[in-house]
Design a protein around this ligand. Structure first.
Ligand SMILES: [Zn+2]
Ligand SMILES: [Zn+2]
Length: 90
């Protein structure tokens, strides 16, 4: 099984900020019940890696690098990795 490290967004109280919670380009919440995105998190299925950071782009980049480090042991080519990342767009 290839490893996965889906990216999730969270509010300050650690609850998940789902994708229905739209935000403006400046990061302001548009959903009436959304207190705002506080941080993004990615947890890898390998169980030994996770990241939590306010910058979504940073988290995404880190998980891309981490998944790439699994590529060899998973025996995956770059095409498969691209596919995995596409399936977890957030
Ligand atoms: Zn939210
Ligand atoms: Zn991992």
């Amino acid at each position: 099984m290839p490893h996965r490290a889906p990216l999730t967004n969270h509010h300050a109280d650690d609850s998940v900020c789902p994708s229905e919670h739209k935000h403006t380009v400046t990061g302001k919440p548009r959903h009436p019940e959304c207190p705002g995105r506080s941080y993004s998190q990615a947890v890898c299925s390998c169980g030994t890696w996770e990241i939590k950071h306010p910058g979504k782009g940073y988290v995404n980049e880190c998980r891309r690098l981490h998944l790439a480090s699994h590529q060899e042991e998973d025996g995956l080519g770059p095409e498969v990795l691209r596919e995995l990342l596409r399936l977890n767009p957030q």
